[in-house]
Write a protein that binds this ligand. Structure first.
Ligand code: IMP
Length: 198
């Protein structure tokens, strides 16, 4: 049985205001008082893990220990089958210091040149850790294929080249509400909420 979150403060182990807002929205129906790591002036640890789960866990563990409060983190990325799972945990880094995802998508496309297998999935790992070191982790995925050229101005990151299974528009073209129903993050959150917040 997973450990349940008892009402009160929960620190979102992220300095990304978009992520903090999205997580706050998802947890609104539950008795959770969400604060961000930035509000508490907490630093971000280096993401040295080789899996999404390991990185999510190290971020939440660090913040739970530093704050003395339960902490929730999210680590996500794109895994391309023909590239052996790359860019994976370094999905953000492929965009370089300028966070240029046009460049990151081009790098994926260059890697796929001449290959017929264009399967990929997005993964999202969530870790909920307590100050005593206990952690619960969950992983969500959405499978699909990669298209070229990229399409759509919505979403972020690799969204314009990703078409989820059973759809024909990219995440970059999709209404955000629809993406949030089927995304890797939605899948991981459903698992987290069922285990720890209900
Ligand atoms: P993180 O902030 O270290 O978890 O990095 C996640 C990176 O993975 C982002 O910068 C994006 O490049 C990519 N990523 C994660 N989720 C999505 C998504 O829903 N759409 C597009 N790209 C995503």
């Amino acid at each position: 049985m997973a450990r349940h979150f008892e009402h009160g403060k929960l620190v979102i182990a992220s300095h990304n205001p978009g992520k903090v807002r999205e997580i706050g929205d998802l947890l609104r129906p539950y008795d959770v008082d969400v604060v961000s790591a930035s509000e508490l002036n907490l630093e971000e640890p280096e993401e040295t893990g080789t899996t999404f789960i390991a990185n999510a866990e190290l971020k939440a563990r660090f913040v739970a220990e530093a704050s003395g409060l339960p902490a929730l983190s999210d680590d996500s990325g794109l895994a391309v089958k023909a590239l052996g799972g790359d860019p994976g945990v370094v999905s953000a880094r492929w965009a370089g210091p300028g966070k240029d995802f046009g460049l990151a998508m081009q790098r994926v496309e260059d890697g796929l040149m001449g290959r017929t297998d264009r399967q990929a999935h997005f993964a999202c790992a969530l870790a909920l850790c307590w100050p005593d070191g206990h952690c619960e982790t969950f992983e969500g995925t959405v499978h699909g294929t990669l298209v070229w050229p990229p399409r759509g101005e919505r979403g972020f990151g690799y969204d314009p080249m990703f078409v989820a299974e059973g759809r024909d528009i990219t995440f970059g073209e999709m209404d955000p509400d629809e993406k949030h129903q089927i995304s890797h993050r939605a899948d991981a959150f459903r698992k987290l909420v069922a285990a720890c917040f209900k």
